[in-house]
Design a protein around this ligand. Sequence first.
Ligand code: NAG
Length: 325
Amino acid sequence: MNETNHSLVTEFVLLGLSSSQELQPFLFLIFSLLYLAILLGNFLIILTVTSDSCLHTHMYFLLANLSLIDICVASFATPQMLADFLVECKSISFEACLAQIFFVHLFAGGEMVLLVSMAYDHYVAICKPLHYTTIMSRRVCITLVLIPWCVGFIHTTSQLAVTVNLPFCGPNQVDSFFCDLPLVTKLACTDTYVISLLIVADSGLFSLSSFLLLVVSYTVILITVRNHSSSSTAKARSTLTAHITVVLLFFGPCIFSYVWPFSGYSVDKVLAVFYTIFTPILNPVIYTLSNKEMKAAMSKLKSHYLKSGPVSAVIRNVFFFLETK
Ligand SMILES: *[C@@H]1O[C@H](CO)[C@@H](O)[C@H](O)[C@H]1NC(C)=O
């Protein structure tokens, strides 16, 4: 009887974003450009924040950390997806599949909690401005950066614990461009009803509760901003609008595909593109284009790099691209 517990499947086949062969080179081009833009934009933010001492404040440290997590979110599956556009059979080993499940929940979970950390920073800055420096000490800031990674790790380990021992013996086609948990558990040759419920409870409640936390903190902030009517509220409002946009675009798809995970799979695939590609690209665009300090620091960085070094041509083109936006 024990023998039946063996996993026979050693690799999964990813069906990818589209089954149309003619579309593959086109998709490869589009997504390569998007991925390149994600890497350049987010590295530029990290470089700007770390190299400019005017930006050595908690808000910008959190922003640079968000860029770091964005690079991670975009990198756990996208390179594989790009390579898969060029080959006929998009197979992935069992271990690599589990690794993708592990990383998507680590990074996406981490990003959710980091957005909550940033909302808390905003809340203290706007609602308790006089106590900001005492509340947001260096220690608190580092804690706000570390908690997302810890929570993400606990979250992903708990998800993987229920999946890793599932027996896989028959079908091995995953209808997406990376191994996502609901899609993979569906393939197990055992009754996965309870496990599916556990996944919904874990991922669904996790994203839903971080989302509600964000909604509550932004509501409080917006009410506070409305009652003050100074010139600084205009700036606060534009920062908040940018932040809320990111939150909605990131959480909307995540919550949708996990709270109703067994609805339509082709919808889930498109939603996955949202949080693995579009959110990481939106953060740099939204934060750099709506932020005067960030823009000023970037032009300083630009003039610094233009004076020296052979990389100047590349850097100049990146800035040109950002500024013509
Ligand atoms: C992340 O935040 C920490 C703590 O504030 C900071 O020291 C670090 O430089 C940040 N990371 C990046 C990549 O900016």
